[in-house]
Design a protein around this ligand. Sequence first.
Ligand SMILES: Cc1ncc(C[n+]2csc(CCOP(=O)(O)OP(=O)(O)O)c2C)c(N)n1
Length: 271
Amino acid sequence: MSSISELKNIAKHIRIDLLKSISEAGSGHTGGSLSSADIFTALYFNILNHKPDNPNWAERDKLILSIGHIAPVYYATLAHVGYFSIDELQTLRKLGSRLQGHPGKDHGLPGIELSAGSLGQGLSVAVGLALASKIDKKNNYIYCINGDGELQEGSIWEAAMSASHHKLDNLITFIDRNKLQIDGETENVMSLEPLADKWKAFGWEVFECNGHNIEEIINTVNTAKTIKNKPKLIIANTIMGKGVKSIENNHKWHGKAPSKTELEQFISEVY
Ligand SMILES: Cc1ncc(C[n+]2csc(CCOP(=O)(O)OP(=O)(O)O)c2C)c(N)n1
């Protein structure tokens, strides 16, 4: 098991490699990929019970990425943890590549659990998987990553209701709470607050953590696992563009690719 300082170093390399892949592609979602890089690192390098050399292992924990547009961080993490080679990241969005702009389960890339891109659907899938695990008497966990802007989709709230109805304590959902979305601040586009209270009212146990503190993310999941008979939500407070100071907290970088010159500068900045 990697130490926290090793995990921080892995997150740094994931950030560098996702930036390189988006820049090479000339398009892609930089802001949300960077904001969730520490969550991905904590999940794939510590929290998840999975086998990169046996992606379809029946007892594995599953991670459902509901915000498919942040595929670059998903791909970079899967490559670093051993599902496929890091070199393949450079094929992002190229014709015939297994790494399309949004993840496709039928594109042949190991580790992908769901085709995603249309917002609001992943949580319902995660609910179904968690319910299936209960019925099959499995001990695995189902994790989901949602965006904060994504919570404006109505289907999220139907999934939230059904998860608590079925007492899915094997379901742990993260919200990448970077407070920004494609058109600006979530609170201006369609306000989400009081966010924790809304989820509590839907029957969820709610936690908050610093989404850039890997140790805190891991500890929060461990505490969440002790709560029985309820689904769990972790509001991970993050910064869009985290790791590259010059683009942090700027929604213009939601879906913008670094140019070749910017790439060099951003890589030198990554922390
Ligand atoms: C159903 C649907 N509507 C609209 C979009 C277009 N879209 C892609 S990302 C996005 C904003 C999502 O915001 P958030 O979840 O906060 O992600 P972040 O900006 O942090 O990456 C939108 C509206 C979509 N992919 N699916």
